[in-house]
Design a protein around this ligand. Structure first.
Ligand code: ATP
Ligand code: MG
Length: 253
């Protein structure tokens, strides 16, 4: 991991177009700084996962730029996907493989692996094939694998989707612990309770646009954007043709 800080991350007028040139991410200009846990919310198809992938460098913007503050930023960030892909190997070997990709010397890996297995409560599954672990355990393994890299920034896409309340609680505690060790958290969630519990700042996306960017307490107390307000109240977001929000994205700091 590089020692200089790769944050802030700056997106400048970023557009992403899909098939037939359809804009899916529209004109994003944001700056994500070190520290606050950033939670991205919005209805299905809003572009939350795309935004994470653009930030993490898995997709190239069609227009605009995604810039980190220090070079070699790729090495200093990790991502946990909604459906983590596990190798057909033990839990331990899955973490070992990730460390080897990051050129962590073999001699150092065993200690790191024991440590993250312990922190994620997976020590007794060290030798269990990753693919036979339960859904919740696999998600914890995915987090252990990312944590082992000691990233400056950790992206998580719906880390608790389809987990029960107890497994969700475990994952939230892990995210908190990782943040507590100085890692910037950028995550998406469908769970507004989770956004309140974990978020320090909120990005609200709708139809590929950033409609609001605000500190979490302000956002949940009173969203400025009408659609955000409806979303927070749990109301369905009707989209009438030609009646999309016209306000500029707000960043209330
Ligand atoms: N690589 C891609 N190329 C083209 N279109 C894509 C691509 N990835 C996603 N899309 C489309 O972009 C839109 C936004 O998708 P995205 O997965 O980012 O939404 P989301 O906010 O994460 O939704 P969900 O809450 O369902 O996870 C969707 O209409 C999707 O079909
Ligand atoms: Mg998604």
């Amino acid at each position: 991991m590089s020692t200089s800080s790769i944050l802030p991350l700056k997106l400048d007028a970023v557009w992403f177009r899909g098939r037939a040139d359809i804009p899916l991410i529209k004109d994003f200009s944001i700056e994500l700084g070190a520290g606050p846990r950033t939670v991205i919310i919005g209805p299905n198809g809003a572009g939350k996962s795309l935004l994470l992938r653009l930030c993490h460098g898995l997709l190239e913007p069609s227009q605009g730029s995604v810039q980190w503050t220090a070079p070699n930023a790729a090495k200093a960030q990790a991502m946990v996907f909604q459906r983590p892909v596990m190798l057909r190997r033990s839990a331990r070997a899955n973490i070992d493989y990730a460390l080897s990709l990051h050129h962590i010397p073999r001699a150092e890996r065993a200690d790191i692996i024991e440590d993250v297995l312990d922190k994620t409560g997976l020590s007794r599954h060290a030798d269990t094939p990753a693919r036979v672990l339960s859904f919740g355990e696999q998600q914890r393994l995915a987090i252990a694998r990312a944590w082992a890299l000691k990233p400056q920034v950790l992206f998580l896409d719906e880390p608790t989707a389809s987990l029960d309340p107890s497994a969700t609680h475990q994952i939230e505690e892990l995210i908190d612990a990782i943040h507590g060790q100085g890692t910037k958290i950028v995550m998406t969630t469908h769970d507004l309770g989770q956004a309140k519990r974990l978020g320090d700042e909120v990005l609200f996306l709708h139809r590929g646009r950033l409609l609001e960017y605000a500190p979490a307490d302000e956002f949940f107390a009173k969203p400025q954007n009408d659609l955000a307000q409806a979303f927070v109240k749990g109301e369905l977001l009707w989209w009438k043709r030609g009646e999309g929000p016209r306000r500029d994205p707000k960043h209330s700091r």
